[in-house]
Design a protein around this ligand. Structure first.
Ligand SMILES: Cc1cc2nc3c(=O)[nH]c(=O)nc-3n(C[C@H](O)[C@H](O)[C@H](O)COP(=O)(O)O)c2cc1C
Length: 197
């Protein structure tokens, strides 16, 4: 079957968005905790998320502006404080993660909204999600406004890993991490994997 040729500049923004978010799958989810201006904990998921560099360890998140052009709380908090924690979402916390994607006022503690306990981070001020098997504490390395979004690059200054998700050789055992990924508007577990040569 021949492909359909589509030029983004001649498409509605929503149609472009559908192709990008449907085509770039599955995406991991960075459940990101930060601290709001009044010291209130903020938690929200971001799937425009990947590894940037392994030495030093760096991650990127891309946070779009709200429809009215204002910065989302996570973006504002990271730029203001220079710190955030990326928590891997285990499958059993999918609904709690989703609850934190609501556009809530910055005075609302989103750990409470998700009814998920927090635990102190070691090297940054924002808390981590206590039940996440792997949390990565980050300091802001660089931020770059691009299009309707802010690209945030964080340097990982501490990993907090639950020992049972590591095999004996320091590798992550994905059948025990059970990280959730996003596929279009749906979700996918990562326990059903297979090897290639
Ligand atoms: C699974 C999932 C992934 C998301 N990924 C992104 C993303 O990569 N970038 C983004 O701007 N918003 C993303 N969102 C929407 C934000 O989570 C949402 O706008 C949230 O209210 C932001 O919260 P904040 O204002 O506390 O930062 C995602 C939502 C869900 C449910």
């Amino acid at each position: 079957m021949e492909p359909v040729t589509l030029a983004p500049e001649r498409m509605a923004a929503e149609a472009v968005r559908k192709l990008l978010l449907g085509g770039v799958v599955p995406r991991p989810i960075a459940w990101t905790s930060t601290i709001g201006p009044e010291g209130v904990p903020n938690l929200a998921p971001f799937s425009y998320f990947t590894v940037v560099s392994t030495d030093p360890p760096m991650l990127s998140l891309t946070i779009e502006a709200r429809d009215d052009g204002t910065a989302k709380d996570t973006a504002a908090n990271i730029v203001r404080t220079g710190e955030f924690v990326v928590n891997v979402v285990p499958e059993e916390l999918g609904e709690a993660m989703w609850a934190t994607s609501a556009d809530l006022p910055s005075e609302e503690d989103e750990f409470a909204v998700a009814a998920t306990p927090s635990a102190p981070a070691h090297r940054v001020c924002p808390s981590r999600v206590a039940q996440s098997p792997l949390a990565m504490e980050c300091v802001l390395e660089r931020s770059l406004p691009l299009g309707n979004a802010l690209l945030v690059i964080g340097r990982v200054v501490c990993f907090q890993v639950r020992p049972d998700v590591l095999d004996g050789r320091g590798r992550v055992a994905h059948d025990r991490l059970r990280a959730l990924g996003r596929v279009g508007g749906r979700y996918l577990g990562t326990s059903d994997t297979y090897p290639l040569p």
